[in-house]
Design a protein. Structure first.
Length: 284
């Protein structure tokens, strides 16, 4: 790692300079668009798609077992999201770096944006981060992701389009030693319209154990993307949490995406028709 000049009077004490990049040029953008010009009135997001750590952070002091676990990312979520983008013809934005570097579903002021501990694991590379080190991650990882979403949605809204914001995640079947029985969580904050519509008809599309705001809910501070990108613009929104043992390979990721695509499309259709009925003051 390149270091800035030593602080005057203390040749051994060095700091990482403000101009030292977190990401090397060959590490690419923190953001990846998939099917960016997809025609559906939907934006898919996947904040925890990757377990990649920038070389400058030396794996955050973690071994490969932890880095490949749910601690570093949402296993399977990226595959499901990519298949959904294709099935729905929807644009998808992926974060290309691990949530342990910066969790893009958290605001910069949240401690959990750069967690010092995740479930039972300490994250050595996140302990005692200076304000400067935190800022570097916010600037390199969080803002490019947030700004890309903002530009996309602002442009759509200016064109008179109101995309539904759907964020795709996965969760571990065992958390703090406890087995979780919920298989699919439909999460919402103060704007439950799309989650309500999906919950109403979920049994027609899947025999999974589907629950509202489980295994997490707004009280767990997991609705940052929903709040800042969707609710603030009055857009339909939902967070989909899939138990990761159900999407462990390409085949199951694809079949999960196909079920979800049907459920999402039908729920959006019903929501739109109710909206039209409301607009005309008639019952659906
Ligand atoms: Zn997640």
């Amino acid at each position: 790692m390149r270091k800035a000049a030593a602080i005057t009077g203390s040749p051994r004490l060095q700091i990482v300079g403000a101009n030292d990049p977190l990401l090397a040029p060959d590490e690419g953008s923190p953001v990846e668009w998939v099917n960016q010009h997809g025609r559906a009135d939907i934006l898919l997001t996947c904040e925890h798609a990757s377990n990649r750590i920038p070389a400058s952070l030396n794996d955050l002091g973690l071994d490969s077992e932890v880095l490949s676990s749910h601690v570093a990312w949402d296993p399977g979520a990226e595959g499901v999201a990519r298949h959904l983008a294709q099935a729905l013809d929807a644009p998808l934005i992926l974060q290309r770096f691990s949530r342990l570097v910066y969790d893009c579903n958290r605001p910069p002021e949240a401690e959990s944006a750069m967690p010092v501990r995740s479930e039972i694991f300490d994250i050595p590379g996140n302990v005692d981060l200076s304000d400067l080190a935190r800022q570097r991650r916010v600037q390199a990882i969080y803002w490019p992701f947030r700004e890309a979403i903002k530009r996309h949605l602002d442009q759509k809204v200016a064109q008179g389009v109101a995309p539904a914001v759907i964020t795709i995640h996965s969760f571990t079947p065992v958390f703090y030693g406890q087995q979780r029985t919920v298989e699919l969580g439909l999460l919402h904050d103060i704007h439950p319209v799309l989650a309500d519509a999906m919950l109403e008809i979920s049994s027609e599309w899947t025999d999974l154990d589907v629950r509202r705001n489980e295994p997490y809910g707004p009280q767990d501070h997991v609705t940052h993307t929903l709040r800042v990108d969707a609710i603030a613009r009055g857009l339909l929104n939902v967070m989909i949490e899939i138990r990761n043992d159900l999407i462990g390979c390409a085949t199951t990721q694809q079949s999960m995406a196909m079920r979800l695509a049907g459920l999402i499309a039908e729920s959006l259709k019903r929501t739109a028709s109710r909206q039209r009925a409301d607009d005309y003051g008639t019952a659906d």
